[in-house]
Write a protein that binds this ligand. Structure first.
Ligand code: URA
Length: 214
């Protein structure tokens, strides 16, 4: 799949995205609605992230006559959510690309160093013949995302693209420094990180809000 130009950062400003993101940020949004909004937003971002997938022409027969239609061609897709919050974005992608294989990357952030620590990685065996959509709702420092990107590249991924809900400028810069070839599709780039590594204004801890934990 030839997606967006390598290294592009796309902030999707569609009114539906802005509306849903506003609801997502609201601390009074309950878990069930939060999950649904993440699903819907991911679907909209996936639409943008795949907008230049290559197609090929094939001939089909309508009930009336033969006609030429387009089908997605070329390489296949692997979707790789970064655990645990990335899981909340998985169905949104799969609802559009049902044939995608799924890989899981389990990383947590050390609360003091803010550095990623790997605890579970399971990637599709044929990832080398697939384009990877990496899912990470919050691109904060960018360290976990850059680490996960390195993992899928080392496994041979044909290309890597990141879909995130909210990014901090620091995270975008870190990704651009470490992986200038990776495009980022995001619903909003927020103001900054705070001293605890949270995106401001952000939406809080995406995993806790998705899964109702604290
Ligand atoms: N992870 C989150 O869930 N939220 C942030 O604001 C930053 C990282």
């Amino acid at each position: 799949m030839s997606l967006l130009a390598a290294g592009t950062v796309v902030e999707v400003t569609h009114p539906l995205v802005r509306h849903k993101l506003g609801l997502l940020r609201d601390e009074s949004t309950p878990t069930q609605l939060f999950r649904q909004l993440v699903d819907e937003l991911t679907l909209l971002l996936t639409y943008e992230a795949t907008k230049d997938m290559a197609t090929e022409e094939v001939v089909v027969r309508t009930p009336l006559e033969e006609t030429t239609v387009e089908r997605i061609s070329g390489k296949k897709v692997a979707v790789c959510p970064i655990l645990r919050a990335g899981i909340g974005m998985l169905d949104g992608v799969l609802s559009l690309i049902s044939g995608a294989r799924v890989g899981f990357i389990g990383l947590y952030r050390d609360e003091e160093s803010l550095e990623p620590v790997e605890y579970y990685v399971k990637l599709p065996q044929d990832i080398a013949s697939r384009d990877v959509l990496l899912l990470d709702p919050m691109l904060a420092t960018g360290h976990s995302t850059a680490y996960a990107t390195r993992l899928v590249k080392e496994a041979g991924a044909a290309s890597v693209r990141l879909i995130a809900l909210i990014a901090a400028p620091e995270g975008v810069r870190h990704m651009q420094d470490e992986h200038p070839d990776v495009s980022i599709v995001v619903a909003a780039i927020d103001r900054q990180l705070n001293e605890r590594g949270y995106i401001m204004p952000g939406l809080g801890d995406a995993g806790d809000r998705l899964f109702g934990t604290k």
